[in-house]
Design a binder for this molecule. Structure first.
Ligand SMILES: [Zn+2]
Length: 426
């Protein structure tokens, strides 16, 4: 790279000068409530991002995941991809952000879709996770163009759907369609919130499963004549809490997951339903059915097979030791852990950028949760992938979520320098 210190300064200055534009564009995205579920207003947001990419000289198209069952006329799964070709197709650096957001939830002190900017913070559902990241990706590339530095390789930027529900109509779809593939893509940076100073080099594994307990209905005044499925789910939950959770909490991965609490294996009870709906009219009945959904995050050291076997063993023991306890176990989603290989160019490029902008290399961390990295690695076959972007991970999915303007600007600078290094300059 025959880039001078002056070139770099010009790029960084161009980002400072674009601050207001970047805030405005983030606010415009936040005002589109792309809530998932069910996947509202995706097309509006895709077109907003596409229009900006077009203004920034990208060739834009809108891949719609119309083969996916979650794609409907009411909720089309529309993604957006922009490509700006350099002197050559390769190396191709792909920057990705998802534009779906989780529901606002309770506890907000302001309109979660109002796009409020106050005291250097951009508030809104999806500010950190991760519409600010989409802005950062676009303006990292745009700053390079504005100062007129020609790139050797090419830059691709995508805004994708459904990351919060697994990414199947989003990044997985782009990978299945060959838009993201080892044949054309050299590096992928997902601009998820990483607190500006760290880079995520992978994530733990996920095992979502459903347990159903089946009882026998009887009159509620004579519960001894029936078998209560809720009680039996209670037995299972109690065993999980007393026997399994302490064991999981004592297991620690060698991978630097951040925050440190997530270095252990975890189990969350995600949802439960049994007996009659509490909102409906009640008639006296022994509950004959109870269903619960569990979210088990496992460590690379545990592996999936042992993780599942441990659950089966607990359920079997509960069934053996509890008269009439009948259960079914159904696997809902399995995501194996991923890890960026040592020496990946995408990590060193971001490190060099951070060294310049922040004065230190990035902290290497693994994510407590999974994100679209898995699809890039497993389906597209591009292991040279990380997450790096503006915003505070701990604020994701919380009330009064925000991203600071300072974070947005800093991360954009780091990304711009990484893009320069990864694509090469003339
Ligand atoms: Zn996210």
């Amino acid at each position: 790279m025959n880039l001078t210190a002056r070139d770099i300064d010009r790029v960084l200055t161009a980002i400072d000068e674009a601050t207001e534009e970047m805030v405005d564009f983030t606010v415009a995205m936040l005002r589109i409530p792309t809530v998932n579920p069910p996947g509202d207003a995706y097309e509006d947001c895709a077109r907003l991002i596409g229009a900006r990419l077009g203004e920034c000289d990208f060739a834009v198209d809108y891949p719609v995941a119309d083969t996916r069952p979650e794609h409907t006329a009411m909720h089309p799964r529309m993604n957006v991809v922009g490509l700006r070709r350099g002197r050559t197709d390769r190396p191709l650096v792909h920057l990705n952000g998802h534009f779906d957001v989780v529901p606002a939830g309770a506890g907000w002190t302001m309109d979660p879709f109002g796009g409020v900017v106050k005291d250097g913070r951009i508030y809104g559902r999806g500010s950190s996770d991760m519409k600010a990241g989409i802005t950062a990706a676009i303006y990292a590339a745009e700053a390079i163009r504005r100062v007129g530095i020609p790139l050797v390789g090419s830059v691709e930027i995508s805004g994708t759907v459904d990351e919060e529900s697994g990414g199947f109509a989003g990044m997985a779809y782009l990978a299945q369609q060959g838009r993201l593939s080892a044949d054309r893509t050299d590096a992928v940076i997902i601009t998820e919130p990483t607190d500006t100073d760290r880079v995520y080099i992978g994530h733990r594994g996920v095992y979502w499963f459903e347990v159903t307990t089946r009882g026998r209905i009887a009159h509620g005044s004579m519960p001894f004549l029936g078998v209560n499925a809720i009680e039996h789910m209670g037995v299972i939950l109690d065993r999980m809490r007393r026997e399994l959770m302490p064991v999981l909490g004592a297991r620690t991965t060698a991978i630097p997951v951040q925050p440190p609490g997530a270095r252990h294996a975890t189990l969350n009870i995600n949802g439960i339903a049994g007996g009659q709906s509490v909102d409906g009219i009640q008639t006296p009945c022994v509950a004959d059915l109870c269903r619960a959904i569990f979210d088990r995050r496992f460590l690379v050291e545990e592996g999936f097979d042992a993780t599942r076997a441990e659950i089966v063993e607990l359920l079997e023991r509960a069934a053996r030791e509890t008269p009439d306890l009948l259960y079914e176990l159904q696997d809902l989603m399995i995501v194996h852990p991923v890890q960026t290989p040592d020496g990946a160019s995408v990590v060193s490029a971001l490190d060099h950028g951070a060294q310049h902008v922040l004065g230190r290399p990035l902290l290497k961390a693994a994510s407590p949760g999974t994100y679209d990295h898995k699809h890039v690695d497993r389906i597209a076959g591009v292991p040279n992938c990380v997450a790096y972007g503006p915003g505070i991970l701990n604020l994701a999915h919380q009330p009064d979520e925000y991203c600071t303007v300072a974070d947005l600007v800093q991360s954009t600078k780091v990304l711009a320098l990484a893009v320069l290094e990864l694509t090469g300059t003339n």
